[in-house]
Design a protein. Structure first.
Length: 418
C-alpha cells in the first residue's frame, strides 16, 4: 500500500459512502478521471474499496459509532485482512498504529449476528422473518464476502463453447466449462476481455452462470414469440435470441431508455436480427396489451433487492432497506400479473429475481398462482433434467447460491398457462 493508492481509496470511499450511486459506477468514473493510475494501482484501489464495503458492518462495530472513513480503513487492513502492521507505518501516525494493534486482536465470534454475517440489521431481520435460522444467515453472509467469479456465455450463434475456450487460451486466458450452463466458461482471474477481438466480434458475453440458466428455463425455440419483460441491458435477451437461432420474434421490454440503449452495442455484436427493443411507460403499457395471449414464453426478471449479487455489488445492502423491499414486493406482484397476460395457452412464464428472500420469491409466486388458477407451477428440476443439466435444488423452484452452486443468488419459478 503506497500513498497514491491510499489517497485514491479515500477519495473513492468519500464518493461511494453516501450510497447515492452504485459503487462500480463511482469507481469507473474515478478511474476515467485519473488515467495515469497504473493497472496495479487500480486493482489495489478496487479490491480495497469493495472489500471495505463487504465488511462495513464489522468495521462499524469494531470502531464504534463516532468512527470515520480513515478509522474503517485502519480496521479493514488490521482486523479483516490481518496485514503485517509494518506495511501501514508509512501511511498512519503512531496513534492510528496503536488503534490498528487493538483492531487486529478483535474476536469476531463474540460479535452480534449481523456483525458476524457482515450484513446490516435490516437484512438479518428480513431473513429471520422469512424463516432463516442463524446458521443459514451466517452461511449466506460469509459467502457474500467473497469476490464473484468471472463467467462468460459463448454466443452459439457465432461460436461454440469449446472453440471460444481454445481461442481464449491462445490469448493466455485460462477458463473451464461452467458445471451447469451448456454455454458457460469460468475464467481464471480478472483479465481485460473487452479488448479482445473475440469479444468485439460477439463470440461471447460476460454473464453469470445463474443468469444463463434463467434464459435456458424459457425453453425458447426457433420461430417462437418470446418476451423478456424486464430486459435491462439485455444479457438474458441475447442468450434467448441465440437459443432461437435469431428466428421468430424476441421482444425486449424495459421502462428505462438508458438500459435499452446499453443493449444496442451488445445487440450489434451478437449478430441477432430477431430482437425488438421496446421502451414502455409501465407494465400496463398499450404495447403490451396489443400482444396479450401471443407469447410462447415470457421471462420476468423482476426488479428486486439484488441481495443475491452482494459478491459483485456489496453496496446494495446499504442502498436497500426493509421499506424498499416492501415497495419492491408490490411492484414484483404487479409486474408478474401484467406479464402473465402475454402468455398464450400452453405457454411458459418464468419469474426470476437475484435475491434469496422468500418475500421476493416464493411468496410472490404463491400469491400469483392463488389469483391465477389458469397457471400451474412446473418442477424446475424436471425441466433442467430434460436439458441434461444435473443440479441439486431444494423443491420445485430454482434457488441458486454461491455456497452450493458457485453462482449469484438467483431464484426462478416456471409456470405454464393451461
Amino acid at each position: 500500500m503506497n500513498k497514491t493508492q491510499f489517497d485514491a481509496i479515500l477519495d473513492v470511499l468519500h464518493t461511494v459512502l453516501p450510497f447515492t450511486a452504485p459503487a462500480d459506477v463511482c469507481l469507473s468514473r474515478y478511474f476515467r478521471d485519473h488515467p495515469k493510475l497504473g493497472a496495479r494501482d487500480r486493482a489495489e484501489i478496487a479490491e480495497t474499496v469493495f472489500g471495505l464495503l463487504r465488511h462495513l458492518p464489522r468495521l462499524k462495530w469494531v470502531c464504534g459509532d463516532k468512527a470515520g472513513v480513515i478509522d474503517w480503513m485502519v480496521a479493514y487492513w488490521a482486523a479483516v485482512e490481518k496485514r503485517n502492521l509494518k506495511e501501514l507505518t508509512a501511511i498512519f501516525d503512531a496513534r492510528r498504529m496503536e488503534q490498528a494493534k487493538e483492531y487486529k486482536a478483535v474476536r469476531w465470534d463474540e460479535a452480534p449476528l449481523p456483525v458476524r454475517a457482515a450484513l446490516p440489521q435490516w437484512t438479518v431481520d428480513a431473513m429471520l422473518a422469512d424463516g432463516f435460522d442463524e446458521a443459514g444467515i451466517l452461511e449466506i453472509g460469509r459467502a457474500m464476502l467473497q469476490s464473484a467469479p468471472l463467467d462468460l456465455r459463448a454466443n452459439t450463434l457465432k461460436m461454440k463453447r469449446d472453440p471460444v475456450q481454445t481461442e481464449l487460451a491462445a490469448q493466455g486466458i485460462e477458463s473451464v466449462p461452467t458445471p451447469f450452463s451448456p454455454w458457460g466458461l469460468r475464467v481464471t482471474g480478472k483479465p481485460g476481455l473487452s479488448r479482445l477481438a473475440l469479444f468485439k466480434e460477439g463470440a461471447f458475453e460476460v454473464q453469470d452462470e445463474g443468469s444463463q440458466l434463467l434464459a435456458l428455463l424459457t425453453s425458447a425455440k426457433r420461430g417462437q414469440m418470446i418476451a423478456d419483460f424486464c430486459a435491462g441491458a439485455g444479457g438474458k435477451t441475447l442468450a434467448i435470441g441465440a437459443m432461437m437461432q435469431s428466428s421468430g420474434s424476441l421482444y425486449a421490454f424495459d421502462i428505462s431508455e438508458k438500459r435499452l440503449s446499453n443493449l444496442k452495442p451488445r445487440l450489434a455484436r451478437s449478430g441477432l436480427s430477431n430482437v425488438r427493443p421496446q421502451l414502455i411507460a409501465s407494465e400496463n403499457d398499450t404495447k403490451i396489451k396489443r400482444l396479450a395471449g401471443k407469447m410462447d414464453a415470457v421471462l420476468v426478471d423482476a426488479p428486486c433487492s439484488g441481495l443475491g449479487t452482494l459478491r459483485r455489488n456489496p453496496d446494495l445492502k446499504y442502498r436497500q432497506s426493509a421499506q424498499s423491499v416492501i415497495e419492491l414486493n408490490a411492484k414484483q406482484a404487479s409486474i408478474l400479473a401484467s406479464a402473465s397476460r402475454l402468455v398464450k395457452a400452453g405457454g411458459r412464464l418464468v419469474y426470476a429475481t437475484c435475491s434469496f428472500l422468500p418475500s421476493e420469491n416464493r411468496q410472490i409466486v404463491d400469491a400469483f398462482l392463488a389469483a391465477h388458477p389458469d397457471f400451474q407451477l412446473l418442477d424446475v428440476r424436471e425441466l433442467l433434467a430434460k436439458e441434461k443439466i444435473e443440479i441439486a435444488l431444494d423443491g420445485e423452484c430454482m434457488q441458486l447460491s454461491p455456497m452450493q452452486h458457485g453462482t449469484d443468488g438467483f431464484f426462478a419459478a416456471v409456470m405454464q398457462r393451461g
